[in-house]
Design a protein around this ligand. Structure first.
Ligand code: NAP
Length: 309
């Protein structure tokens, strides 16, 4: 019987691991399908407190992992594929075997959706990103584009006007699905130029492999064109990694884990949620870390209450 299993090694999972390990709970941490989470695919992180000159995303993750290991956290490259509720424990399915644990912290994150175009993986961090808050400030006085028509796209496009000379908002239809206030804000901004009924079909790079332009196809007329820009911000939604928990843990209508008000507790005693798997609002490395800390403290108190030390 484990005391604490932590699912995920992004900022939430690793911070939970540091706290649980320092509480002598020797947590077992499962790395999941995307070890290191979203930070492991970004470049410079300038908004994580404590790093005056910024820190590379993968470096930050490596440091957090080493910090957790130093206090006794155990890591395993494996994915949780199922969850069962027991009497005073839960069981997680890992590589076909069930492991019992007195408490569980789900920090399995959310994965940004991508367009599925060629070279998408290699271009990430080189003019292709899904996070305006993280990368917007690198693109000052140059044109950029945002793909999508929801609240995320509207919010990111508005945010990017602080830096970019022009923000093209590329959407596959001619109406945005974002909320009215966000639509008005984004379309009223003189730096934003909507590109309606258009699909981005190809990323075009310069000799150094950086984004130079994109190829577009008008979905009404079929006409193809090129648009010059330095960065593509894909904002077509995120998918929370909650598939193994459906029907067991309470999810909201978009599949995010629901927490009890004022806590990281889920609907099952001893199971806690932290980071992007339950947060579609802030989605920041530092807020995920904060939630990971809270989940570890909640788990520690829960274990003390049920007499597990
Ligand atoms: P979303 O509402 O699901 O919107 C995704 C957008 O991307 C849609 O406009 C969709 O087009 C487009 N899209 C999806 N797949 C595409 C593809 N393969 N190619 C091109 N376009 C594609 O996602 P979201 O904007 O991330 O928002 C998710 C949730 O978080 C929503 O409930 C939203 O209200 C909430 N949110 C709220 C705030 C806020 O209140 N401040 C900020 C961000 C997000 P179609 O419109 O044609 O389907």
């Amino acid at each position: 019987m484990e005391k604490v299993i932590i699912l995920g090694t992004g900022c939430a999972g690793l911070t939970a691991a540091i706290y649980a390990a320092r509480a002598n709970l020797t947590p077992l941490v499962l790395e999941g399908a995307e070890p290191g989470g979203q930070l492991s695919t970004t470049t410079l992180v300038e908004n994580y407190p404590g790093f005056k000159d910024g820190v590379m995303g993968p470096e930050l993750i490596m440091q957090m992992k080493a910090q957790a290991e130093r206090f006794g956290a155990r890591f395993q490259y494996a994915e949780c594929t199922g969850l069962k509720r027991g009497e005073k424990h839960v069981s997680v399915e890992v590589e076909g075997k069930w492991i019992d644990t007195s408490s569980l912290i789900v920090a399995s994150g959310a994965s940004a959706k991508w367009l599925g175009l060629d070279r998408e993986r290699e271009l990430r961090g080189h003019g292709l990103t899904s996070c305006a808050t993280c990368d917007g400030a690198f693109y000052r006085n140059v044109p950029v584009c945002v793909v999508g028509g929801g609240d995320s796209a509207a919010e990111e496009a508005t945010f990017l006007t602080r830096f970019a000379s022009k923000v093209y908002l590329i959407h596959r239809r001619d109406t945005l699905r974002a909320s009215k206030v966000m639509i008005q804000r984004v379309l009223d901004n003189p730096k934003v130029e909507p590109v309606w009924n258009s699909a981005l079909t190809e990323y075009l790079t310069d000799d150094e492999g950086h984004m130079r332009a994109v190829k577009l196809k008008n979905l009404v007329t079929g006409v193809e064109s090129e648009l010059e820009m330095k960065c593509v911000f894909v904002a077509i939604g995120h998918t929370p990694n909650t598939a193994p928990f459906k029907g067991i843990l309470d999810l909201d209508e978009n599949g995010y884990l629901l927490q009890q008000p004022g806590s990281t507790a889920t609907n099952i005693p001893g199971v806690f949620a932290a980071g992007d798997v339950s947060d579609h609002r802030y989605r920041q490395a530092v807020t995920a870390s904060g939630q990971g800390c809270a989940a570890a403290l909640d788990a520690e108190r829960y274990l003390a209450d049920i007499g597990v030390h």
